[in-house]
Design a protein around this ligand. Structure first.
Ligand code: ADP
Ligand code: ZN
Length: 606
């Protein structure tokens, strides 16, 4: 049998490769380089772990996820592999021990923080060792344009020069065409074979709604659809993260904060609870999430709009790694757009940088304001086409009403122009609706010909219209002053009557599936129920055993076995170790370590 397949079955306990794992593995085994784009949960790790075992020497895995290295290495130990890591958390004697093991050829995999490669000592060490390959995980961190940029990743261009004999594989879950090019350039991967698996995450339901009362909207979403589920709530600022976590805890949820302002120890403790316990909600800034491989994150909610579609896709991608249905909910409003544009305007970057970022922000906004399938647009952004609307996003599930806003938009634009392009939305709405605020009279705006001509639309409808005009760049917002609106070039065609405009009627958050909410009961802080068709008592007993074993090893439960393995145990109830070994996810090492305990439990349960 081919050695890669043999290892897949014996070590990992899986029957067959998923496409394109086999090809990637063969490329590396033959000594070629590879660039791999595969969605989260697609199975990227096997792509370098198996070649690490087949090829002579140790595989070096570069990863920015220092806080997760311990867990990653523990998971490999569970599989019976010889793995270790080197990062700044290790004491000197521990470093020495790892280095010795590497030089003696006693390691299959070595995880390395990128900053280590700046040290001459590390390069010398690696040169003396026998190396199977380099795996560069989260390769998009090399992109200076990206949201996860790590300066230390720029050092990785050395690898091609210093270690020409070791094949290199760069992996990421999200990279638009520009980021891909940048990865190839910076990591000298021009010769690499590219493997771009579909980006689609069909089990994630994408929903984007307007912020009305965000707390109420979130609470309803959690209570009705995810009362006991693990999930992530993203906020833009540290303060909002703290406040939201406290508030959710008061509402009875197990919510914890995570942001760069917390001490390293606190962050680590909160992350460990999220990974190890059931039903924790992590309220976090974007500092949280990369590399989190918890399979059963059931939702990702954004209380503020991400800066780019790449960031949004990366963050929402943390939901539903196990392939079961999951929700991505984004609440956004005009304020978000203004804040992001302001941050961008004040950032240090070059004009070129700002222009590109503005472009990306506009694409994100475009996604929010869409009236067609969200997934279609998301995939298009990454260069893929979906043959038909997905049926699993809000616009597919609840088709959006649009209205012909051409006339209203012209009126709005002319109100901006007539008032001198310096007033904000509220005043403009007053003028359009014929309000009698002091400010109207102070500036004599009651004499303008647009005054009162927009009374047929409500203030909220006007607000929605202005937001969409800003989102589509017909109007820009003066960020230095008081949010005054100005006309942009692009509004000319509309003003001249050469263009019509269809806009979405705003809708609020709708449950993804109307029936889903009613079925769940509302009790919180109890574990999720057994999957349908399984004996609930057996399911609970298996989970309890898994938790005991996990606690003893100090690893998250899914490192012992994922839920899918427990489900199979429930259904097939293996009575002997030999039968147990045929369950998916049971390799030689786990058979030996955990087989007897599980078989015994199953026997008692009969
Ligand atoms: P990624 O890093 O791409 O997000 P992982 O490498 O963590 O994904 O894999 C996701 C899950 O799929 C893991 O539980 C892994 O063990 C499992 N997996 C990977 N490849 C296979 C396979 N060929 N057959 C069955 N399960 C697999
Ligand atoms: Zn859709």
């Amino acid at each position: 049998m081919n050695p890669a397949l043999r290892i897949l079955q014996q070590v990992f306990g899986y029957d067959s490769f998923r496409p394109p794992q086999a090809e990637i593995i063969a490329t590396l085994i033959e000594g070629g380089d590879a660039l791999v784009l595969m969605p989260t949960g697609g199975g990227k790790s096997l792509c370098y772990q198996i070649p690490a075992l087949v090829r002579e020497g140790c595989a070096v895995v570069i990863s920015p996820l220092i806080a997760l290295m311990q867990d990653q290495v523990s998971a490999l130990h569970e599989l019976g592999l010889r793995a270790a890591y080197l990062n700044s958390t290790l004491a000197w004697d521990e470093v020495r021990r790892v280095e010795d093991a590497l030089l003696r050829g006693e390691l299959d995999l070595l995880y390395l923080a990128p900053e280590r490669l700046k040290q001459e000592r590390t390069l010398e060490l690696l040169k003396q060792a026998s190396l199977a390959l380099f795996a560069i995980d989260e390769a998009h961190c090399v992109s200076q344009w990206g949201h996860d940029f790590r300066a230390d990743y720029l050092e990785l261009d050395k690898l091609a020069v210093e270690f020409p004999a070791a094949p290199r594989i760069a992996l990421t879950a999200t990279a638009d065409v520009r980021t891909r090019k940048e990865i190839i350039e910076r990591l000298h991967l021009h010769q690499a074979r590219q493997f771009i698996a579909g980006f689609d995450r069909p089990n994630i339901c994408y929903r984007i709604a307007l912020k009305e009362n965000p707390r109420k909207q979130l609470l309803r979403f959690l209570r009705e659809e995810h009362p006991r589920d693990a999930g992530i709530v993203y906020c833009m600022s540290r303060q909002k993260t703290e406040e939201t976590a406290t508030w959710l805890a008061q509402e009875g949820f197990n919510a914890l904060p995570y942001h760069a302002g917390l001490s390293a120890a606190q962050r680590e403790a909160n992350q460990a609870r999220f990974l190890r316990e059931d039903g924790i909600i992590m309220v976090a800034t974007i500092a949280f999430g990369m590399g989190i491989d918890k399979p059963d994150v059931r939702f990702v909610a954004h209380l503020d709009m991400p800066k780019t579609i790449e960031a949004y896709y990366q963050e929402t991608g943390r939901a539903g790694r196990d392939g079961h249905s999951a929700d991505a909910l984004l609440l956004y409003g005009l304020q978000d757009v203004l804040k992001l544009r302001q941050m961008l305007a004040q950032s240090q970057g070059s004009e070129e940088f700002k222009r590109v970022e503005q472009h990306r922000l506009n694409a994100m906004l475009g996604l929010c304001e869409l009236t067609t399938c969200r997934r279609e647009a998301l995939l298009r952004y990454f260069g893929e086409t979906l043959p038909r609307p997905c049926g699993n996003c809000d616009t597919c599930l609840h088709p959006v009403q649009t209205w012909d806003a051409t006339e209203a938009a012209r009126l709005a634009l002319s109100a901006v122009y007539r008032t001198g392009q310096r007033f904000g939305v509220n005043h403009l709405i007053d003028v359009l609706r014929g309000g009698n605020n002091d400010k109207v009279f102070q500036f004599s705006h009651q004499h303008l010909n647009v005054y009162g001509r927009g009374a047929q639309l409500s203030a909220n409808e006007w607000r929605s219209l202005f937001r969409q005009l800003v989102a589509r760049n017909y109007l820009s917002v003066d960020l230095d002053a008081y949010g005054g609106l100005r006309l942009e070039q692009s509004c000319r065609a509309l003003l001249r009557g050469e263009e019509t405009l269809a806009l979405r009627s705003d809708i609020s958050v709708k449950p993804a599936k109307a029936a889903k909410a009613a079925k769940r009961d509302k009790a919180q802080n109890t574990p999720p129920p057994a999957p349908l068709n399984l004996d609930p008592a057996l399911w609970e007993a298996l989970r309890a055993l898994r938790r005991r074993l996990a606690d003893a090893q100090q690893v998250p439960p899914y490192v012992i076995f994922p839920n899918s393995t427990l489900e199979e145990l429930c259904q097939r109830r293996p009575a002997t170790l030999d039968e147990f070994s045929h369950i998916s996810g049971v390799g030689a090492s786990k058979l030996e370590r955990y087989g007897p305990a599980f078989v015994e439990l199953l026997r008692q349960h009969v």
